[in-house]
Design a protein around this ligand. Sequence first.
Ligand code: M6R
Length: 609
Amino acid sequence: MCGIVGYCGPRRAVPILIEGLARLEYRGYDSAGIAVLENGALVVRKKAGKLAGLASELNGYNGEARVGIGHTRWATHGCPTDANAHPHTDCRGQFAVVHNGIIENYLELREWLGSKGHRFSSETDTEVLVHLLEHFYRGDLLAAMYRTVECLRGSYAVAAISLLEPGKIVAVRQDSPLVVGLGKGENFLASDIPALLPHTRDTYILADGEVALLTPHEVKVFNRRGEEVRKPLYRVDWDAAQAEKNGFPHFMLKEIHEQPRALRNTLHGYLAKDGARGVLKGVPLEESWLREIDKIFITACGTAYHAGIVGKYVIERLARIPVEADIASEFRYRQPLIDRRSLVVVISQSGETADTLAALREAKRLGAPVLAVTNVRGSSIAREADFVLLTMAGPEIAVASTKAYTTQLLAMYLLALHLAALRETMSPEEVGRLVRELEGLDGRAEAVLQNGHLVEKLARDYCAASSIFFIGRGLDYAVALEGSLKLKEISYIHAEAYAAGELKHGTLALIEKGVPVVALATQKSLFEKTLSNIKEVKAREATVIALTMEGQRELEKVADHVIYIPEVDPLVAPVLAVIPLQLLAYQMAVARGCDVDQPRNLAKSVTVE
Ligand code: M6R
């Protein structure tokens, strides 16, 4: 979604704002802008397009301002134009506002403000905020913000400055993230922690309804009723270098290569060594209740949903509990049959995805305990869930999710094995054997990464394809879904994933000479069936890129190319099988000259429904 930054202190604000925006650009890159208070004037610079466009327009201008706000936009209301770029200002140019989220009742507010004589200069929902501030201002920016917020329906993280009260930033959040960074004689504001890390690791994570007042020397936080609250200090335990490319050409490639470490850290963080009371430690799910639950719902969006599909397979297989995996935006409107004997698992890298958050709230409303699997401590989803399993992937910056996915898979395996151990659907020996498979995954992931040359060549050879199909059965189908999403989102090649057995029911009509088909065949029990499906597409002269485990040489007779992953128990193969597909998507996107880390129309964290 959009990224917000703010600064007040003794240093020049402009370069700090621009650097902060660069670190938040993954949240949206349709336009960028800043507003600063300089020599008694409110100076606004904004530009459609990426931050680089604004930076080149600023042409090295650092100004004298010591207070300012900035914004990088993912457009929802109004096209990505200069006029629609944030910050927005009021009729007299005394207030400036940046916003992340959606003001649902903006049309009626706009009409009402219009009737009071306010003139609008953009098509955005955001602009009503600044006119409301102007309308309600009676010499106190904080009070005007409270009056403004009373009028709003929707989700928002907002930051405002005013010429009338220089030296202050007022910010508020509701269903959109906002973090205050605490410096010495200076304070910061941002939508996400990476923007703060060059300056401080000491933060306040604002909760819904909280309003923050920042000056260079203090930060005050108030609740909805206007009472000051004592915020707990959250000290960030990772550093700015983890949010850098560290020599890699793109964040995505760096994050793909970080998977062995991310897997190791997540496993070590949660694996109970003695195994006597399940395999999962650090998540206080009550054992007696886990023995009694009769259904699990997993809900998430995009890549996280694909991890949920793997979760469904493995929990049903190992723990013999029925599991439904749902896309979060569907889950909340389909009246799921949930009660206290259901466990709801929400998966979200960012912990801020609006649809997933809404699904979590719906599950809680229906009385089910919610376990969140998320990568961001202190995120909305982490705070609202009853239990949290924090994947330890480290910051994921590329829009295309990679290391978050494989750690989410690991979380699914741990949960499945934990349930299986507690409910005795597997013998301790079997549980132990699969735990050892999990322990070996980091090394094997490393081996897959070392062996990426074939994928690189395939990417060069097939990057001009207009359509690529991914097929597989069982867990291979789940990975095919993720492989196809990865490819389409960053290379813009049309990609479809099909359950291999389903092809003949329609999609086979699209297979013709030379169409690339990526066929996953890591599941031994389904190998013969998948082989038949590969032969079906070969009979239509498709070009088949097969992916299987070492030792499965038979595919070389049928497929045009075979990618091998190390031999593992087929249940855990998705963790390894997805890596060549991530690399294939990455290399194809690079070969096509695409902007890998910031694909068109997308944003890393989607905080609107
Ligand atoms: O932060 P979340 O895991 O909740 O995000 C969910 C999806 O928006 C995300 O996985 C998206 O599909 C990625 N761009 C996929 O690479």
